[in-house]
Design a protein. Structure first.
Length: 276
């Protein structure tokens, strides 16, 4: 009887504590929060359980082959039957696809490559003329290379001459040849060179690689241009292997006269003038 009374007392005390704790939880609102969390958790599980699974698409290899013995009807095509002829692609050379030869403005048979002797002879003739100009006008000599006369057609001028006598901005210039013909050109001061207009002058006078030109600034915006084109005939002399004759030509590339090599450059110029 004593044990049963003790156990009943313990159970009653435990139930009383539970009731007190429950009442405290209700006062604090803990039971309501716990109930809400339980409902949210259970609803989330239900939605996850009902998510439909995507059916995996069968690959082309897994598609069951057609087993009918009937001939398949042709599949209709809605493409417009238009024949498009594309131009053939131009093959580019592996060795040098962008050589200057692709942009030359003269026929190939007119392209020349001056030797050292030819270039030197033209320079000496131009120097003799410059010395004997008998003028106080500033002047300079320019030896032509292929980019000046065959392609590109950009003529860079001596920087010192440009700093002393030409403006530093873009400026219109007139190029006057020995016959009085005039050509409009554009001088670019920050690059110290002639651009637009020089191409026409070079092509009309058929200037070649190695030619020497004397530029005389006769006015603030006008150059007097005299060109010297030389052809050197290399003939072995009994006394030496130096060239024994020079063929001087005008800018029109016509041979005027044969000049003995023993003459000086100035004597050659005088000889040509008399012969012409």
């Amino acid at each position: 009887m004593a044990r049963r009374g003790t156990s009943n007392t313990y159970e009653e005390a435990r139930k009383q504590r539970l009731e007190e704790n429950k009442k405290r939880f209700e006062d604090l609102g803990i039971l309501r929060i716990s109930k809400n969390l339980t409902e949210i958790t259970s609803s989330g599980k239900k939605t996850r359980d009902h998510v439909p699974k995507l059916k995996s698409k069968k690959s082309n290899a897994e598609v069951e082959p057609r087993r009918s013995s009937r001939v398949r009807n042709p599949v209709p095509s809605y493409r417009e039957d238009v024949s498009v002829h594309l131009p053939a692609l131009r093959k580019r050379s592996r060795s040098n696809s962008s050589t200057w030869g692709s942009y030359i403005a003269r026929p190939l048979d007119e392209i020349k490559e001056a030797s050292k002797e030819e270039r030197l002879c033209a320079l000496e003739a131009a120097e003799e003329l410059q010395i004997n100009l008998n003028s106080s006008n500033p002047s300079f000599i320019k030896s032509m290379v292929r980019s000046h006369v065959y392609s590109c057609f950009w003529l860079g001028l001596p920087s010192k001459f440009c700093e002393e006598h030409l403006p530093k901005t873009v400026h219109d210039m007139v190029l006057e040849d020995e016959n009085g013909s005039e050509y409009q050109a554009v001088y670019i001061g920050n690059r110290a060179g002639l651009s637009g207009g020089w191409r026409a002058f070079a092509l009309d006078h058929k200037l070649d690689d190695g030619d020497a030109l004397v530029f005389e600034l006769i006015e603030a915006s006008r150059f007097k241009v005299i060109s010297f084109s030389t052809l050197v005939t290399l003939l072995e002399s009994p006394k030496s292997v130096m060239p024994v004759s020079l063929l001087f030509s005008t800018s029109q590339d016509k041979v005027i006269s044969s000049v003995p090599f023993s003459m000086t450059i100035f004597e050659c110029i005088s000889f040509i003038t008399i012969a012409a």
